[in-house]
Design a protein around this ligand. Sequence first.
Ligand code: ZN
Ligand code: FE
Length: 260
Amino acid sequence: MLIISPIPAFHDNYIWMFHSPDSRNVYVVDPGDAKPVQQLLDKHQLTLAGILITHHHFDHTGGISELTKGKNIPVYGPDNHNIDGITNTLQDGDTIKLDENRFNIVATPGHTLDHIAYFTETGEAGNPALFCGDTLFVGGCGRLFEGTAEQMYTSLSRLASFPGNTRVYCAHEYTQANLRFARAVEPDNQILKEQVKEVAERRSENQPTVPSTIQKELATNPFLRSNQPDVIKAACNRGAPSNAKPTDILRVIRAWKDDF
Ligand code: ZN
Ligand code: FE
């Protein structure tokens, strides 16, 4: 069981912090900036017990050296020599145990080639938790900077196969822009329409829209819906071939989003 909270960083990043309910040892995911993390640790007298990294981008790794300076803090992350400070490299299929919580490592190439995600069955309030960095966002997915649409499709499919009640902790507050695009893809999606309202309310109160759940994303996120008739239709209107495979649909939708 975990308690999980966001530490806002930069303009729209979330550094996720988690700990067991009875512990002052905390872990952070993707500390792009050391300062807000250190402030929180100091304020609540918490000890940083480990760092989890999803991919090499600086807005996810920039705080590693400052947070670990002079300390023996394990830094878990992908097997990528370009990331300074990783002490424990992880591969697809690996498991790690942090306190009593076991995490499964899933390779999720697409946004970057080194991208990994962390899944645990023992997240908040009896729900599984998924830390997915810049692969899956609320209503969207990461840009294809290094990988192919095929790789992203496989990665998203693997994340989508986790239980519906899995809470999805993504690394950015991109939800409103993502949902504007999702509405353009599926103007008749009623669940999406409701979600737009909910999200507008949360944002007007300056509340995070993350985490989402796998179940919600399956119902609303166009990048998890490339097998849905309305999404296929929208992609065909944007040039996807009529016999398009789901990966073709994803490629066309992703390219559309890039200049939306
Ligand atoms: Zn990134
Ligand atoms: Fe990022």
